[in-house]
Design a protein around this ligand. Structure first.
Ligand SMILES: CCOCCOc1ccc(-c2cn(C[C@@H]3NC[C@@H](O)[C@H]3O)nn2)cc1
Length: 450
């Protein structure tokens, strides 16, 4: 019997994000975000898709909560849209925006589902972008004001907060690689933005401690995992740079109060890029937190390759099985990542705030046979269990995602949900993976084979 048993108090949940599911982009007093702008610029998003309607969860949230209730989750991770609260980024508060999230949170609490709320999941108010966005240090102050407003309004209802989702994506994927909004391609700009995002994180942590000392707060860095092709110094150093860019660059400032020297030097010597640290910044960023959320999807084997990209590294294709978005299926990397985090950052409590697979199966006779997704979830949830058996303090697992939604530059074609959404009718259909996950949650265990 290949049974994998989690502790009774292990948290099971699912995750979504405001721009990806809400729709109602021009309702309820919401202001424009950088994703409204970016998705409307031709060529940025597949099929010219955008979040105007998405899953219409702004109106269908009770249906979504009913799906969560039936699933049996204890926690639901969602994000608030800053432009619903402050349509101009700061200044006048939009009460209709607050009221929507109170309706959603009240519905969750009524069904005994604990809200885990992300303050920033990439939908920066366009009005702030027009004033420099995250490149402008004043946006940190605007974020702190937004955070304080939300913490005060939801004190007693929400007690688990995530400040920033995937700062690597919000800085480098968006402002160096240009794949996400606002689509800039400047390494210095991206590095400045990364610093300001981390500063915003630290400021929000300090604000929460003053407003609600009982609440828990963390952030959710994403991390792939690169395994060195060999134990040669060149391969080891190349992989150290690649992993360090996603992991240490965003975790050392919080847990060690400094950026990793080897990467600071690499950026300066190879790209003439520096971090605009001001007096006191690192003390703010390293304000103690209660947990770290880890978002993991994929990994690979890599080796040194002179002149290849920012870090002289080549990702090798070992003929991996891949999901429909093309990412290698690499559960071993998940285990390596989690044990690595434990070694480097001690027993920091970890939530898996995102893990999931893209499979684009359709509805056939009322059923969605996404057995590949079940297989992915089995191997990756087992990797979490392996890590826990090796001493990693994982508190919970939240599947990405509750439902198919707007997958950023990939649009609606790429489906990560355990619930299928027909984007013409908005009909929700529970996939086979939904029923598998429901059974796992009910027992906090599953069988690796059957
Ligand atoms: C080095 C070159 O790389 C080119 C592509 O680079 C990436 C990297 C990472 C992603 C990515 C997408 N997601 C899923 C989302 N996480 C948050 C939630 O909103 C999900 O929709 N995670 N990471 C996309 C593209």
């Amino acid at each position: 019997m290949s049974k994998i048993q989690f502790p009774e108090d292990f948290i099971w949940g699912t995750a979504t994000a405001s721009y990806q599911i809400e729709g109602a982009a021009n309702e309820g007093g919401r202001g424009a975000s950088i994703w409204d702008t970016f998705s409307k610029e031709p060529g940025n998003v597949k099929n010219e898709d955008n979040g105007d309607v998405a899953c219409n969860s702004y109106h269908l949230y009770k249906e979504d909560v009913a799906l969560l209730k039936e699933l049996g989750v204890s926690t639901y991770r969602f994000s608030m849209a800053w432009p619903r609260i402050f349509p101009n980024g700061n200044g006048e508060l939009n009460q209709e925006g607050l009221d929507y999230y109170h309706r959603l949170v009240d519905e969750l609490l009524e069904h005994n589902i604990k809200p885990m709320c992300t303050l920033y999941h990439w939908d920066l108010p366009q009005a702030l972008q027009d004033r420099g966005g995250w490149e402008n240090r004043e946006t940190v102050d605007a974020f702190d004001h937004y955070a304080k407003t939300i913490f005060s309004s939801f004190k007693g209802k929400i007690s688990t907060w995530i400040t920033i989702n995937e700062p690597w994506c919000a800085s480098y994927l968006s402002n160096y690689l240009g794949i996400h909004a606002p689509g800039k391609k400047d390494l210095q700009v991206a590095t400045t933005i990364a610093h300001h995002l981390m500063l915003a994180h630290g400021r929000a942590v300090q604000s929460l401690r003053k407003i609600d000392a009982q609440a828990q707060i963390g952030y959710a860095p994403n991390a792939g995992w690169s395994e060195a092709y060999s134990n040669s110094e060149q391969d080891q150093q190349a992989v150290r740079r690649a992993n360090g860019w996603q992991i240490e660059w965003f975790m050392d400032p919080v847990f060690k109060g400094e950026y990793p020297d080897f990467l600071v030097n690499w950026f300066k010597e190879n790209e003439n890029v520096t971090v605009p640290i001001q007096e006191g910044d690192m003390d703010v960023i390293s304000s103690p937190i209660d947990f770290v959320g880890i978002n993991y999807y994929t990994g690979n084997v890599a080796r040194y390759d002179e002149g290849n990209g920012l870090f002289h590294i080549e990702n090798l294709d070992f003929n991996y099985e891949r999901t429909d978005i093309g990412w290698p299926i690499y559960p071993e990397g998940f285990y390596q990542l989690l044990t690595y985090l434990n070694e480097r950052y001690g027993q920091v409590p970890i939530y898996i705030t995102e893990n999931g697979a893209c499979y684009n199966d359709g509805v056939e006779n009322g059923e969605v046979k996404d057995d590949n997704r079940i297989s992915y979830m089995k191997s990756h949830i087992a990797s979490v269990h392996r890590a826990m058996q090796s001493g990693v303090n994982v508190k919970g697992y939240l599947a990405w995602s509750l439902m198919d939604n707007f997958e950023w530059a990939e649009g609606y074609d790429m489906r990560f949900g355990i619930v299928h959404v027909d984007f013409d009718t908005l009909e929700r259909t529970k996939k086979n993976s939904y029923y598998w996950y429901k059974k796992l949650i009910s027992r906090s265990s599953f069988d690796l084979i059957k």
